[in-house]
Design a protein around this ligand. Structure first.
Ligand SMILES: *Cc1c(COP(=O)(O)O)cnc(C)c1O
Length: 355
């Protein structure tokens, strides 16, 4: 490595360390649900990262991983495949490091995400359903000498699984003074699978009884793959929920550290996102709604068995990104989602009255 290359690498790593020092950890919000006495619900607000989703952690890790593996140099363009959230965070970090960024995304990605990526000075390559975005990104990287960040390939290894303030370590530290500091369940979605892998491994490493549950759109590839342990599993139903519900098993799907999968229908997940707004006064996306509904199913089981304890989950991204999709009644109708009955059923299960 030339002296100039080494100098730039040090500066890039220093910029990322500065960014980490400026950023705070995310809040763990407690939800009171009167229908579940003795069961405490907590949601970690990953939407409060500077780039609005849990992918802020991943993007920082992917840039660090690329830099420390000697795969990213001064002036090199950067590319990745994404359903949007990762691309927003990667575009933000690329701008921080003075690098050009291209995002390869499905053409159905929420328009607000595309606008945000453009406003961060990055380029979007929108591909129709059925086109393998990861493969396209990899090919473009090879053809044009770009650095392929490869979130789907590297998510489960770019994060330090033994700690370093990974999301699991942070949750457990924030739970320390709660009535049930060792959660019964931690619930998350699976897009890259990185979050569930980090949580599942860390709980084992810390020798806790807490179990990991993946909340998955009904018919998603993770659900099928987890049941059969088959890397060839594919989704058997499409989903409107962005960030999770992958069409195929991704390299970061580590089935063996996941204890349960809860499948959630899109209408329930979307109703869940709407109810989170009622309960928390802020909007979160569809994967957060999916998590809420999965938590509810687990809590109903605990209540039936007379168990007490805590359930922790994540608010994955900001709901403002879905103003023209999940939060637009016209869009929902056009996509065959009957919101009103789903909201009513979910409110009854939660024991909340209409706002
Ligand atoms: C990526 C993503 C997830 C899933 O997290 P992974 O760590 O990639 O499995 C959930 N919700 C949203 C909004 C996401 O962008």
């Amino acid at each position: 490595m030339s002296a100039a290359d080494r100098h730039w690498l040090k500066q890039a790593l220093a910029s990322l360390a500065q960014e980490a020092a400026r950023s705070a950890d995310t809040h763990l919000l407690r939800l009171e649900l009167p229908a579940f006495p003795g069961i405490d619900f907590y949601f970690k607000d990953e939407a409060s990262h500077p780039t609005g989703s849990l992918k802020h952690r991943l993007a920082r890790s992917l840039f660090l991983y690329a830099l420390c593996n000697g795969r990213l140099r001064e002036g090199q363009g950067v590319i990745d495949a994404s359903s949007g959230s990762t691309a927003i965070s990667e575009a933000w970090f690329a701008r921080l490091l003075g690098l050009r960024f291209q995002a390869v995304m499905p053409d159905c990605t929420a328009p607000a995400k595309v606008r945000l990526i453009h406003s961060l000075g990055a380029e979007c390559v929108l591909v129709p359903a059925g086109v393998d975005a990861s493969r396209l990104a990899r090919e473009r990287a090879a053809d044009d000498g770009l650095c392929y960040l490869d979130q789907f390939g590297l998510a489960e290894r770019a994060t330090d699984w033994r700690g370093n303030n990974n999301i699991a370590e942070s949750v457990l530290a924030q739970m320390a003074r709660e009535p049930h500091p060792e959660p019964a369940w931690i619930v998350c979605g699976a897009g890259t699978g990185g979050t569930s892998a980090t949580i599942g491994r860390y709980l084992r490493y810390r020798q806790l009884d807490t179990r990991t549950c993946v909340a998955e759109p009904t018919g998603g590839a993770f659900a099928h793959g987890w049941r059969t342990r088959s890397p060839a599993a594919v989704a058997t139903a499409p989903t409107l929920i962005e960030g999770i519900g992958r069409p195929r098993v991704e390299p970061g799907f580590l089935f063996d550290v996941v204890d349960a999968v809860q499948e959630v229908d899109d209408a329930d997940a979307i109703a869940g996102a709407w109810l989170l707004e009622d309960m928390l006064g802020r909007r979160y996306g569809g994967s957060s709604g999916t998590n809420l509904v999965a938590c509810l199913a687990l809590a109903e089981g605990m209540r039936e068995r007379g168990e007490r304890g805590s359930i922790v989950s994540l608010l994955c991204d900001r709901g403002e990104r879905y103003a023209e999709t999940l939060f637009d009644p016209g869009w929902l109708q056009a996509h065959g989602i009957a919101l009103a009955p789903a909201l009513q059923a979910l409110r009854a299960r939660l024991g909340t009255t209409p706002a």
